[in-house]
Design a binder for this molecule. Structure first.
Ligand code: UGA
Length: 440
């Protein structure tokens, strides 16, 4: 099928490449010419495992093209809207300016029978506001939320765990067309759920709200564990054995960040308040507050471990991305911790396998360097993103290069016993400090 993807960021670039990989003719459109030049040359503007290979393959077959000119979407009949919906400045709601501009500009290029497919995360009620304008062009509107995770985006797009189509009443034509777009995934077993617009829009924010709540729940347990001597990781393992609860997304630590969960729960709250149902999701404010408190707790732990002040102490901050396998630092708890420690006068040297460039753009005041530079003569080491290379660090080898063997494991991703056995003072979140320094 002939497809256009409007917006080539974390979502759109992957969607365009994935659709080409399953045999469609795809044109990706974005206003950012640097991004389009990179993509056209087969270079991924973001770090996403598997994406460069998919881009190169798509471009070589001639099925994947990119352009800054929306008029190039004219030949396509299915148009995916994949632009961002960031948080409004100084408010919790979603900024719909990019969605509005993408759909409105696309109208002039639509032909009879085209389908406009919204993938962007929008407040419930948004699709309905565009329906009339799209239908006036003889086209149809569908809302088809995206559930990909950064770091696994290629797999999640090609083999989605579900497909949700929000359609106008009785619009079986769009359902058939989308089934054709996603034929490979459907044949491989991805279930399709067809609903109205509002349900489809809500599925997306409800899913992210649930995930955020699950993380904040376990982080709230970590807060209780910290004052009672309990161990939150054992608690998570134990309750996670109950299949109704499940162990996934129960990792206590510095909390959630990124371009989705934080802004989505705030936008959901704002929308619910507009609808006069603020109380229904009032708990999401608590979810947000618990999450943000964890960042403070990490800074507090480092301060406690350093004897009450971080001033002029060298702190190695391992990790800047909001999670491993990503270079995304949007609302990253890791970057936030580095900035806070730096603000308190610590000599922070921050490192990350992929996210240093993006972090430097946002916070040029921080000192960045490779892992060995960060660790050399450090008074404390803080692991804030659980990259495999940090999880696999040899505690004995790292012990030899730091000044003081203090490690704060803000992701509970290190083996506390082996770090303590190697002579480290180990402090995790929601667990007791293991003092291996006294033994050596
Ligand atoms: C999230 C959702 O998982 C996707 O389904 C959704 O499509 C996407 O948002 C989106 O709306 O576009 P993503 O932001 O890529 O995906 O990241 P997650 O894997 O959900 O992780 C979010 C944050 O939670 C990360 O900072 C991660 O470190 C943190 N987290 C995750 C925890 O602190 N503990 C956990 O147990 C799991």
């Amino acid at each position: 099928m002939k497809i256009s993807v409007i917006g080539c960021g974390y979502l759109g670039a992957v969607h365009a490449a994935a659709m080409a990989s399953v045999g469609h003719d795809v044109i990706g459109v974005d206003l950012d010419s640097a991004k389009i030049n990179a993509l056209s040359a087969g270079r991924s503007p973001i770090y996403e495992p598997g994406l460069p290979e998919l881009l190169t393959a798509g471009i070589e077959t001639g099925r994947l093209k990119f352009s800054t000119d929306l008029a190039d979407a004219r030949d396509a009949h299915i148009h995916f809207i994949a632009v961002g919906t960031p948080q409004l400045q100084n408010a919790g709601g979603a900024d719909l300016a990019y969605v509005d501009s993408a759909i409105t500009s696309l109208l002039a290029h639509l032909s009879d029978g085209d389908v406009v497919v919204g993938k962007s995360t929008v407040p419930v009620g948004t699709a309905e506001t565009f329906r009339e304008a799209v239908e006036a062009r003889g086209a149809r509107l569908v809302w088809n939320p995206e559930f990909l995770r950064e770091g696994f985006a290629v797999k999640d797009t090609i083999e989605p765990d579900r497909l949700v189509y929000g359609v106008a009443d009785g619009d079986t034509t769009s359902v058939e067309k989308l089934n054709e777009v996603y034929a490979t995934a459907i044949e491989a077993g991805s279930p399709v759920i067809v609903s109205d617009f509002a349900t489809a829009e809500l599925v997306k924010v409800a899913a992210n709200a649930f995930l955020a709540t699950k993380i904040s729940f376990i982080n709230a347990m970590a807060e209780i564990a910290e004052v009672t001597g309990a161990d939150v990781t054992k608690l998570a393992d134990a309750i996670g054995h109950d299949k109704r609860i499940g162990r996934k997304f129960l990792n206590a630590g510095v909390g959630f960040g990124g371009g989705c969960l934080p802004k989505d729960i705030r936008a959901f709250t704002a929308r619910a308040e507009e609808l006069g149902r603020g109380e229904s999701v009032a708990f999401l404010k608590e979810v947000d507050a618990i999450n943000l408190r964890r960042r403070e707790r990490v800074v507090e732990l480092v301060t406690e471990e350093l004897g009450g002040s971080v001033f002029q102490k060298k702190v190695a901050v391992l990790g800047l991305a909001f999670k491993p396998n990503s270079d995304d630092v949007r609302d990253s708890p890791a970057l936030d911790v580095a900035v806070r420690l730096n603000g308190l006068g610590a000599n922070v040297v921050a490192t990350d396998p992929q996210a240093m460039k993006n972090a430097r753009q946002l916070h040029p005041q921080l000192v960045y360097g490779p892992t060995d530079e960060a660790l050399a003569d450090a008074d404390a080491v803080v692991v804030v993103t659980e990259w495999p290379e940090y999880k696999d660090l040899d505690p004995a080898a790292v012990h030899r290069v730091v000044r003081t063997p203090i490690v704060v494991d803000a992701r509970n991703c290190l083996d506390a016993d082996s770090w303590a056995a190697a002579g480290w003072e180990y402090a995790g979140l929601g667990r007791q400090v293991k003092n291996g320094r006294e033994a050596t």
